[in-house]
Design a protein around this ligand. Structure first.
Ligand code: AMP
Length: 423
């Protein structure tokens, strides 16, 4: 039997309803904060990710799906969304539009990860970027939109970790400080971190090996080494978050796994997820577009891991999304079967969701099926109903039954009270 590649998943109903509901909230929330959707290709020239994400990052070093196309060009399945947005900004001359641009995206990303719970090789991210604004207000607005999204999903226990990564001018000083702090313990680090210490010491702080995390806990914080400009910037972001009542903690070790970040970086952590607890990561990337050969255009953004988000979705939101809001129309007898599709189409045009019993199940079998699949409203159409121009409607949640004129069903459906909670 054919099997899907390791690290990929089939998204099946009813779980797909959760994903749709989450994506609807994302579109509505980010739209309400003035953003619009951007869709970029799922594969790009490999060079784009090498230059933006950074040659020495884990992503570029060992996690990319890279392949030559038939003409020998090196292409890569996108491991993240920001690089493609930056490329699209340049290529489509979005700089000629009024700045800033607020852009969100939803779609699959690809990384060759080691197999473990919460890590997939194809996973989906929901991201938001504000390009063309360098103010602390831009960072704060972005975080406010993100926070609002989580609030609308009903999350109450998420923690925002925030840090200052400094400006690129501060980076060499900070790298020296990390090297100096870790040199005496070099041998205790994993092989990757020993290499990182030479190539890009910041990456040691991001190592997933527990013993490296213990050692890295003692290195100085960037904020102690950073210049005034970045410290003031992040302080103003924090002041806005306080004013908005958005809780956060300063995490002086937070660095993130991508090279293009500077100044503000953040992660959102769910206490319900064990080792892979980070639901969302983001930060400011004022040099990214220039590094890709464009002008010095600032930006700030985040990406939420949708797979993990759905795993810890608050129960009330999930229950509402899983409720099956359809009318199950069961025709009984040949004459009713002839009428069923016509009637269903009229109701559908009136805004009702209708599932017709098209396999000829008996009423008894149809009611069993409704129960099994969580269908709440069964509309029964037999010879008596046909003669009277009515339909008999049973509400399985309230255990009630009424006869309605055919044209009254849409109004009845719209006025339906919420189902009582199941014991
Ligand atoms: P990053 O682009 O690495 O900052 O990741 C942002 C978010 O995407 C993470 O916090 C995760 O929630 C999610 N994510 C990243 N990699 C994976 C993966 N391999 N599988 C599932 N989710 C992921």
């Amino acid at each position: 039997m054919m099997q899907r590649p390791r690290g990929t998943r089939d998204l099946l109903p009813p779980e797909s309803r959760l994903w749709q509901a989450v994506e609807t909230v994302a579109r509505e929330t980010f739209g309400a904060f003035g953003s619009e959707e951007i869709r970029t290709p799922v594969f790009e020239p490999t060079e784009l990710f090498v230059r933006s994400v950074g040659e020495t990052t884990d992503i570029v070093h060992k996690e990319m799906y890279t392949f030559p196309d038939r003409k020998g060009r090196s292409l890569t399945l996108r491991p993240e969304g920001t690089a493609g947005v930056a490329r699209a900004w340049l290529e489509n001359r979005l700089g000629e539009r009024t700045q800033p641009l607020r852009l969100y995206y939803i779609g699959p990303m690809f990384r060759y990860e080691r197999m473990q719970r919460g890590r997939y090789r194809q996973f989906s991210q929901i991201g938001l970027e504000i390009v063309g604004a360098d103010t602390p207000l831009a960072d704060a607005e972005l975080l406010a939109a993100m926070h609002e999204f989580f609030v609308r999903l009903g999350f109450a226990d998420l923690v925002i970790h925030l840090n200052n990564l400094g400006d690129p001018e501060d980076r060499p000083r900070y790298q020296d400080a990390i090297r100096a702090a870790l040199a005496p313990r070099r041998e205790a680090l994993c092989a990757d971190c020993q290499r990182r210490l030479d190539e890009n010491p910041l990456r040691v702080l991001d190592c997933k090996v527990p013993s490296c995390q213990v050692i890295a806990a003692d290195v100085p914080a960037m904020d102690d080494v950073a210049g005034d400009a970045s410290r003031q910037h992040v302080a103003r972001v924090e002041a806005q978050l306080e004013r908005l009542g958005i809780p956060f903690v300063r995490n002086r070790r937070l660095v993130r796994g991508l090279d293009y970040y500077l100044r503000t970086v953040f992660e959102v952590v769910s206490p319900q997820l064990g080792t892979n607890a980070v639901l969302c990561g983001g930060g400011r990337y004022d040099r990214l577009i220039a590094d890709l050969g464009g002008p010095a255009v600032p930006g700030v953004g985040f990406a939420i891991g949708e797979d993990r988000l759905v795993e810890v979705l608050p129960a009330a939101f999930a229950a509402a999304a899983l409720a099956r809001p359809t009318v199950y129309l069961v025709p009984i007898g040949a004459a009713a079967q002839e009428r069923a599709l016509e009637l269903a189409r009229a109701w559908v045009r009136d805004g009702v969701a209708v599932e017709v019993e098209i396999t000829g199940r008996s009423l008894k079998a149809a009611l069993k099926r409704a129960d099994r699949d969580g269908v709440r409203i069964v509309a029964m159409l037999g010879d008596d109903e046909l003669a009277g121009g009515t339909v008999t409607v049973r509400d399985l949640a309230l255990a009630s039954q009424t006869a309605l004129p055919l044209a009254a069903l849409p109004g009845f459906w719209r006025a339906l009270p919420p189902a009582p909670a199941k014991p």
